[in-house]
Write a protein that binds this ligand. Structure first.
Ligand code: DAH
Length: 341
């Protein structure tokens, strides 16, 4: 039995030293020291030994257990250190590889202009109203005092959806005025930005889709002086304090009186240049006092209330503000252009 134990020790130590793998090492522990292992098997045969031999062999077997346990522990540490080294070298980061550049976008130049304009309006106590781009002809035209037969109702100008011309892509943001007056009681002070559509060919100043900002104020005692004060404040903040403005008589079906508002050319300060086509003035927007018929159509008594309204093109404002010569640049999304702003 001594020889058996000695042979087992040799075999076991050789196997433990020889393994390169933690799982195999665990298998060896089970094989030699486990409940059904080889050392236990030898101990079980001790019943056949003489009483003198039994404690000696018992001692040897215990010593063998301890030797093997220690050898397993040492080998485990070696293998664990090796596997950690391997993982560390496998997972090494190469910090010299160039990083991936993240493309950071920014606000479109027209949205920048819109935000600036809205900030100014909000500062003056306006709130923002929204309306649908597919609009009823009733809101687009009838309630805005635009009679049947008016050129802007023509099929050649407006994108209709149905043979009865009852629905269209709105050609102006003015129908939002109707929606606001029908859903809110005065005092009303709203601006409404959004897309509008007209059957125009694309060129440097036209696009079948563009943007407007509509404005509406309705209250008791609102006068043309309020209209002028509000628009002068807006233009002063957008184009510089003291920018001269000019209110020219005009006609719109939904306002009476109506005017177009020009500002002095910010490039030549009125002297005349290519920007203002030698005029010294640049047309900015349409406006006027809300027509009594429009107030009445929307359930507001024109004997008690009065109001003013205005509408301006956002592309045009942007082009003027940033000296952009071609409307198409705003929609083409060429980064070489957009990155400049
Ligand atoms: N809706 C007009 C257009 O598209 C612009 C306009 C003019 C709006 C006068 C108004 C206004 O609210 O009072 O040409």
């Amino acid at each position: 039995m001594r020889e058996q134990l000695a042979a087992l020790e040799q075999e076991a130590l050789a196997a433990i030293q020889g393994t390169e793998n933690l799982q195999t090492l665990e298998d060896l522990r089970v094989r030699f020291l486990g409940k059904k292992g080889e050392v236990t098997a030898i101990l079980k045969q001790m019943g056949g030994l003489s009483p003198e031999e039994r404690p000696q062999i018992g001692q040897l077997a215990n010593a063998l257990s301890e030797t093997l346990t220690a050898a397993l522990g040492v080998r485990r540490e070696v293998l664990e250190a090796k596997s950690l080294d391997e993982r560390l070298s496998r997972e090494k980061l190469d910090i010299t590889i160039p990083g991936q550049r993240l493309a950071v976008g920014k606000q479109h130049v027209m949205m920048k202009t819109l935000d600036e304009a809205l900030d100014i309006f909000i500062g003056m106590g306006f709130s923002i109203a929204e309306g649908p781009e597919v609009e009823l002809a009733a809101n687009n035209f009838d309630k805005l005092n635009i009679a049947e037969g008016h050129p802007s109702r023509d099929w050649g100008d407006t994108f209709y959806f149905d043979a009865d011309s009852a629905y269209a892509l709105r050609p102006q943001t003015s129908p939002v005025q109707v929606r606001v007056m029908e859903s809110q009681k005065p005092p009303i002070r709203v601006v409404s930005p959004g897309r509008v559509y007209r059957k125009d060919e694309v060129d440097a100043t036209h696009s079948p889709m563009f943007h407007q900002i509509e404005g509406l104020v309705v209250d008791k005692g609102v006068t043309m002086a309020d209209l002028k004060g509000t628009l002068n404040a807006l233009i002063g903040q957008l184009y510089g304090e003291g920018t001269k403005t000019r209110f020219r008589p005009h006609f719109f079906p939904f306002t009476e009186p109506s005017c177009e508002v020009d500002c002095q050319c910010f490039k030549c300060r009125g002297a005349g240049c290519p920007m203002c086509k030698g005029e010294g003035w640049i047309e900015l927007l349409g406006s006027g006092m809300v027509h009594p018929n429009v107030l009445r159509n929307c359930g507001i008594d024109p004997e008690i209330y009065s109001g003013f309204a205005f509408g301006m093109g956002l592309e045009r404002m942007t082009m003027m503000r940033y000296n952009i010569s071609d409307l198409r640049l705003i929609f083409e999304n060429d980064l070489r252009f957009l990155r400049q702003f």
